[in-house]
Design a protein around this ligand. Structure first.
Ligand SMILES: C[S@@+](CC[C@H](N)C(=O)[O-])C[C@H]1O[C@@H](n2cnc3c(N)ncnc32)[C@H](O)[C@@H]1O
Length: 213
């Protein structure tokens, strides 16, 4: 295997392979660039959409939804399956309201259930099970969320987690900050548990996919 692949160039190349998307999604990407807001972006978004399509997801729960960009990719899959629910959860009222406008404009408004508050607490009281859970909250919260995700995900369901490469810090032995340690801890818990089949896809900041066997 070549060891000369440039990671940034690879990401640029992968993004060119994402099919054209709705103008509203493109506007949401522009907003992220202008305001330095950390959305998953088109390549990881497409992987999320593809995964939801692959498992026929109709009930999706998001932890850490921002202004609805990742939500839109899941909603597209659920919409194409004939309907269902996508839960948008963020602790910021303004982001929740921005998400409503975008998701309405995309025509997914009827599918979305909005919650303003701490995401793991919301998941704990949600009526499961879900086909797919996506996690993109503050990284120190990743390991603690796992038991609640396990309780709410159906067997054969999928967990997707963003930022599991954390700009490469997870591979740097000298990086011992709380967020990096938390991502490593969650990743190790999943890969060492035979109840999960787990891989990391190196798109953007690393997207973990775990199948609940
Ligand atoms: C990285 S952004 C997510 C963006 C979104 N997933 C996307 O790709 O479009 C994370 C968002 O979730 C919020 N957040 C982080 N931790 C949270 C938590 N524990 N509960 C609720 N919201 C949280 C952040 O304030 C931020 O708006």
């Amino acid at each position: 295997m070549s060891d000369t692949i440039n990671y940034a160039r690879l990401q640029e190349y992968l993004e060119t392979l994402v099919p054209p998307r709705d103008a509203e999604l493109v506007r949401m990407e522009e907003y992220a660039r202008e305001h330095d807001f950390p959305i998953i972006g088109p390549t990881a978004g497409y992987v999320c959409y593809q995964t939801a399509r692959l498992i026929g997801a109709r009930r999706v729960y998001e932890l850490g939804s921002g202004y609805g960009y990742s939500t839109a990719w899941f909603a597209r899959a659920v919409h194409e399956h004939g309907g269902g629910e996508v839960h948008h959860v963020v602790w910021d009222e303004k982001l929740s309201s921005m998400a409503r406008q975008h998701l309405d404009a995309l025509g997914y408004g009827d599918l979305i259930r909005y919650h303003v508050g701490e995401a793991v607490a919301a998941l704990r009281t949600a009526t499961g099970p879900f086909d797919l859970i996506f996690m993109d909250i503050q990284k120190s919260g990743y390991p603690g969320a796992l038991p609640f995700i396990e309780a709410q995900l159906r067997p054969g369901g999928v967990l997707l987690v963003d930022n599991v490469l954390w700009s490469g810090r997870v591979m740097d032995e000298e990086a011992t900050d709380a967020d990096t340690q938390a991502i490593r801890q969650m990743t190790q818990a999943l890969v060492s548990d035979p109840g999960w089949l787990t891989t990391i896809t190196p798109v953007r900041d690393g997207l973990l996919l775990a199948y609940r066997a």
